[in-house]
Design a protein around this ligand. Structure first.
Ligand SMILES: Cc1cc2nc3c(=O)[nH]c(=O)nc-3n(C[C@H](O)[C@H](O)[C@H](O)COP(=O)(O)OP(=O)(O)OC[C@H]3O[C@@H](n4cnc5c(N)ncnc54)[C@H](O)[C@@H]3O)c2cc1C
Length: 397
């Protein structure tokens, strides 16, 4: 079977790309190794630019009632002087972004895709696993296992969004830089003694960091937040094994009382953390995007934001190829540097290193990071805008 475009990986990134191209006259295959709608406990902060992009994809009518806007970000270090605030007002934006459950984004992508996709043009293979991939100049060939049968597919362009443990990255031996942070992230939702007032908190600890992001649900309204606690893997394993009252106590001690008394938590999930960065994500007509190309520390909440930025650029280029009757993917190699906002990768990696336990052992560096930003409003303003917008002109044009 031949397709114009094969997308491998139907997670948040693969399906966002499929959504962005759903109206294009393209024969598209989407392959995913899992059943649809597996539970995904991740809680995601999207910047203002990403929210605009999801609006453009038609997802916002589903997502708006489920999203919680962030009006202010408060960054501090436990037990030390110095805090910095980034506000939507200072950045001259309506909001700095929104917090969403990954499962809600998945659901909205499913609904939008099932309405928007071009019947007969779009085929979903799942659960199906790619086992081989051979590069050819004009169309590459892959084999996949689907319902116990091996099938052979060819594609003019293959885009792999198959996550941090990408099979495609391994099959084609992409040159990859990997750092095992020896850290994990614990994710849960926490019920609050008082309303969050749409303020997000990032708190650096002696070991690791704690993010409390505003969230809502029908029951608790605005007395709920997304908790993302990163620390060394043994420390996170210990937190995961605590009974709820002991965990709440530990959380309250580390976070303090800015959100009042913390009254309860929900299910806890743990994710191991690493940095994966592919040096050049393009080989022939195979391109890696999303976590397959760059997996970053969640400290700066940028992984999906980066990928949506990539998708916005990429889909524009592919639609231009169609308009100008060029081969699909023409100009990709030349435009790659524009797709990849390296600053963000560096920023996120820098933060995770600065605040990792034991790095330099330096209180000075931490204070400098926090207070330095506060002492320097133009930098803070620029940082706030950059975190929030990520070249919004590009995303929304
Ligand atoms: C704790 C935590 C908090 C985060 N918070 C934020 C945040 O606040 N903001 C933000 O922007 N980002 C955040 N991120 C990052 C964000 O979740 C990821 O960047 C994003 O979800 C990556 O999506 P993806 O589709 O590339 O990968 P994945 O979600 O891993 O999806 C990969 C897909 O590929 C499929 N697959 C795998 N192997 C194969 C194969 N061989 N064949 C076919 N299919 C295959 C899988 O089934 C899966 O569906 C966070 C991450 C973590 C861990």
């Amino acid at each position: 079977m031949h397709y114009d475009l094969i997308i491998i990986g139907g997670g948040l990134v693969g399906r966002s790309l499929a959504c962005a191209l759903s109206q294009a006259p393209l024969k598209i295959a989407l392959i995913d190794a899992n059943e649809q709608n597996l539970p995904d406990p991740r809680l995601i902060a999207l910047n203002y630019g990403s929210v605009h992009f999801l609006e453009k994809l038609g997802l916002w009518p589903c997502l708006a009632p489920l999203s919680t806007p962030i009006h202010e970000v408060h960054v501090s270090h436990r037990g030390r002087f110095g805090a910095t605030r980034l506000s939507a007002q200072t950045a001259h934006l309506p909001t700095l972004g929104s917090v969403l459950r990954a499962s809600d984004i998945n659901q909205a992508l499913d609904e939008t895709l099932s309405q928007a996709r071009n019947p007969g043009q779009f085929t979903e293979w799942r659960p199906a696993r790619v086992t081989t991939l051979t590069l050819h100049e004009k169309k590459s060939t892959l084999t996949l296992e689907y319902q116990g049968v091996e099938s052979r597919l060819t594609g003019n362009l293959i885009i792999a969004a198959d996550g941090s443990h990408s099979t495609i990255r391994r099959l084609l031996s992409f040159d990859t830089h990997t750092v095992d942070y020896q850290q994990s992230a614990l994710v849960t939702t926490t019920r609050l003694g008082r309303p969050h007032e749409n303020r997000a908190y990032e708190r650096f600890l002696d070991e690791g960091a704690l993010a409390m992001l505003p969230l809502k649900d029908k029951e608790t309204q605005d007395r709920l937040c997304a908790t993302i606690w990163t620390a060394g893997t043994p420390a996170i394993a210990a937190l995961q094994s605590l009974e709820e009252p002991a965990f709440l106590q530990a959380l309250q001690t580390q976070f303090g009382y800015r959100l009042g008394r913390l009254t309860g938590i929900n299910r806890r999930a743990v994710f191991p953390l690493q940095l994966i960065q592919v040096k050049n994500p393009l080989q022939g007509n195979v391109l890696l995007i999303g976590n397959a190309a760059h997996t970053i520390h969640p400290i700066a909440a940028q992984g999906l934001n980066l990928a949506l930025y990539e998708i916005a650029h990429l889909s524009q280029l592919l639609l231009r190829n169609l308009r100008e009757q060029e081969p699909l993917g023409a100009g990709l190699a030349e435009n790659l540097s524009r797709f990849q906002p390296k600053m963000n990768l560096l920023f996120s990696h820098y933060l995770s290193q600065i605040f990792a336990a034991g790095f330099w052992g330096s209180n000075f560096a931490r204070q400098l990071g926090m207070v330095g930003l506060d002492l320097c409003p133009p930098i803070k303003k620029k940082l706030g805008r950059r975190m929030a917008m990520e070249s919004i002109q590009w995303l929304t044009s």
